[in-house]
Structure formats: structure tokens, C-alpha cells
Design a protein around this ligand. Sequence first.
Ligand SMILES: Nc1nc2c(c(=O)[nH]1)N[C@H]1C(S)=C(S)[C@@H](COP(=O)(O)O)O[C@H]1N2
Ligand SMILES: [Mo]
Length: 522
Amino acid sequence: MRSKLWASAAGLVSAAVVLAVAEIAAVVAGAETSPLFAVGSFVIDLAPAGVKEFVIALFGTGDKAALLVLLGLVVAALAVAAGLLERRRPPFGVVVLVAVSGVAVLAVTTRAGASGFAAVPTVLGMVAGVLVLRMLIGRLAAWERAESVERLSPSVGTTGPSTQARLDRRRFLGATGVAAVAAVFGGVLARSMNATATAVSAVREAITLPVASTAAPAVPAGASLDVAGITPYVTGNDSFYRIDTALQVPQVDSSNWALRITGMVEQEIELGYDELLALPLEEHLVTLACVSNEVGGDLIGNALWLGYPIRLLLERAKPLAGADMVLSTSTDGFTAGSPLESLTDPDRVALLAVGMNGDPLPVEHGFPVRMVVAGLYGYVSATKWVVELKVTRFADAEGYWTPRGWSALGPIKTESRIDVPSAGASVEAGTVAVAGVAWAQHTGITAVEVRIDDGEWSPARLADTAGVDTWVQWVYEWDAPSGEHMISVRATDASGYTQTSAEAPPAPDGATGWDSHRVIVT
Ligand SMILES: Nc1nc2c(c(=O)[nH]1)N[C@H]1C(S)=C(S)[C@@H](COP(=O)(O)O)O[C@H]1N2
Ligand SMILES: [Mo]
């Protein structure tokens, strides 16, 4: 057998495993955490000017490609070295593999805007690579031992390899083959997914959204109370909650995007991204909420959405009599069933949204286009990556969550939440700001009350809002006596409804009950 050759192969396969596992993990963690091109640009940035000029002189505009090929050869050589070293001088092969992966970790984490989290895929890859290298070299060693035993004992050496040597040989070759095939297939697939994601991010970043024809009313200065720890009135895109069924965030290139309005309409409509951007767009502050939010939970956020009223598109399509639902479909197959009357109501904000807080929709929040409907839970209205609106009937169609135990209709329930003091917090006796947010989208909050222990309900002070479609901050100045106390909150909306104390779980149509928790006053 050719021991050196097989040890080199084990090294190469282990390096492939490092890359493949990192690439697969980057599908989940985000394409920008893939070490492949990060290492490339890292080396290009570090390369001395002389080397760069030399490469440019040799390869011209192919310089980057040439550098990457060169880098690939260097990595391959190091991988071969890792295999040979691990066979002859363990654990130095592992040391080489870890060192090369370490450079990759450095490269991904020092990219502009990267966090330490970006190291995770490469570290996972490194761990997998080390395990594979040790396993393969272990099996190679066993195979070699069996062969040398056989050479020393003439009784079995006459009719070819012994059973043991054959077995060990098969164990080594089998593992090497499986690891190689898995790394190549998994790695190539994951790389192509990451390449698509990188491309869509680039497309998104190049977009300049038009200015709204109808701007949202300015956020009143009094919308944000001066209370430490209260939820900000407008939620930043990075901290906005994310809920979807997508294992991998759908990557939709806006230039290939089109929306079709189909079903029970006089006139089917198809609309491209540029056509949508050319329409007079509106901007609205709307608080989006998830039906899965528990009382006191944080699956809710408030953003400035830029988009075109769905109502005006439906007016063009002319729904037929008898239709009562619009089934919106995402590229990934998710569907939501919204009442037709909610989408055609001129008094309700229902947008085909392209912008979120002044930026094109983030990819995970539905780029290039999603729906936002004030007053309806996300699962029946807020379809991200939306590509079709089918006008139909509740009797004929159902959204994704309905056969899974959730109500076909999902109006948002009036709710309130205590942000500060947090549950179990210790505060000093004296004036304590009990504060939080309350919401009744499309209806509006008219009052929030706070109760200490089993006392009377006392009115909280409400902050200003941009309108009825957003949550409102509230504060109650509590003269807190020492001891353990239970604080509770309840809101009343503009329909006159006051939150019920009856506790209901999120399924099938939204949680109810009062947010309530214990605090310690010292
Ligand atoms: N394509 C798609 N759109 C979707 C969902 C989904 O699973 N897939 N989930 C919905 C649900 S349940 C909610 S609460 C909102 C959440 O939107 P966000 O992730 O931007 O906060 O998106 C809605 N739109
Ligand atoms: Mo949701």
C-alpha cells in the first residue's frame, strides 16, 4: 500500500470537510459568515503590494481569480501536510488543520461589520475536520498494522491480504470515500445557496427606494417617554422580531419578482418590482404582532412601512361578487388568508410594502415585497416574499396555519405589557416608574390602568402616538412601599373594550389575560 498517498488523501478530505461543514452552517448563520471568500479577501488585503503587482502583471483582470487559485493550492498543500504529519507525528496534523482554520476564523470575524458570531460556522467546520482527520488516520494506521503483521507471518501471506488487512483497508477507504463524497455534495450545494444569498443582498443594497408620495405623519416628540428600559416606540430593523416557517430565508431577486392577482377577479393583474416602485407609495407606522405572542411576550414590533395600498390594486382587478378572502402566497409556499373587506377598506392600512424604517425590506423580513395589514395578526395578513394574491372565498381556501389549529380569522387582541420594573426586579422604595406599551391596532388605546397587589386600578399616563395603528407607551408613577408586590396592567381600547382577566393561550386566535408580575421593593 502507498501509506503517504493515503495519508495525504485523508488530509485533503479533512480539509474539504472543514470547508463543507462551514459552508453548510453558513446557510443557516448567513452567507457572510462563510469562510471561503472571507479568507480570499483577507489574503488579498494582507498581500504585500509587490506580490499584488506581480500577480496583476501576470494575470491582468484575472488577478483575483488567480489569487484564489493560488490560495486554493496553498490550502491543498497544507491539507496534504496535515495528513502526512498526523500519520507520522500526531498531533501535528491536527495542529496544522486548527492553525489554518484559525486564520479563516480571523478572516470572517475581522470583515467589516462582522460579529464574533461569524466564527461559528468555521469553528464547527474545524471541529468536524479534526474529528474526520483523526478517524481516517486511525483507520489508516490499523490497516498498515494489519498488513505488516501479515508480512511477518508467512502462513497467511501466500494467498493475498489477510481477512483483517482487507477489513481494515475497506474501513479506511470506505470512510474516506463517504467523507469525500458528502463534503463535495454538501459543500457545493451549500455554496450555491450562499452565493445566491450574497447576490440577493448585493441587489438589495443597490436599491434606492423612492420618496413616499404620502408620508406618514411625523412621530410626535411625546411618543417616547423618558423611562429607562421602556420599549422604544419605533423598533429598529435589527431588533424586530422574526417569525416564519422558512428553514432557509427565501432569496428573491427583486428584478425577477412579480406579483400576480388572480382568482375571482374581472381582470388578472401582474406587477413587477419597478412598476410597483413607480406607483405613488405611502408610508405608515404600523405595529405588527404575532398571534403566538404570550401575554407579556415580545413577538411584536413597530416600524415605518413604505408601500402601495393593496386596496388600489384590488380596485384594478375588480373582485367578483361572492369573494370574501384574499389568499396571499409567498415564494416559499406559505399562505395567509385575509378578509377581502379588510384589504379593500379605505380606512384600514393594508400595504404591499417594500420599505421598512427607510430601508428596502431586510431579506428576513420579506425582501423584496411583503404585506402589512393594520389590526390583523401576521399569520393571516403579513405574507413575506409575497408573489400572489388570489381572490377567493373562506369556504374554498385556507391559509397555512388554519389546518394546523389556528383560527381562520385573526384580528389582533387589545393587550398591554409591563416593561419596567421587570419580573422579579428589585427597586428602591419611593417613586418607581411602572411603564410599558399597550396596543389595539386599527382601533387605538384610550386608557391603561395599573394595579398594585389587590388594590384599585389606577390610570397610567399615555404617551402620544402617530395614530391608532401603533402601540402606545404608558407610565404609572408608583409610590412604592417596601416589600414584595404584584403589579398588573390592563388596557381599554376605543371600542370601549377593557382587557379581560380570563387567561387564554395563544392558540387558536391570540392570548388574553393581564400581564402581571412580582417585584421586590427595598
Ligand atoms: N412567507 C412567510 N410570511 C410570513 C410568515 C411565514 O411563515 N412565511 N409568518 C407570518 C407571521 S406568523 C408573522 S407574525 C409575521 C412576522 O413578520 P416578521 O418576521 O417580519 O416580524 O410574518 C408573517 N409572514
Ligand atoms: Mo405570527
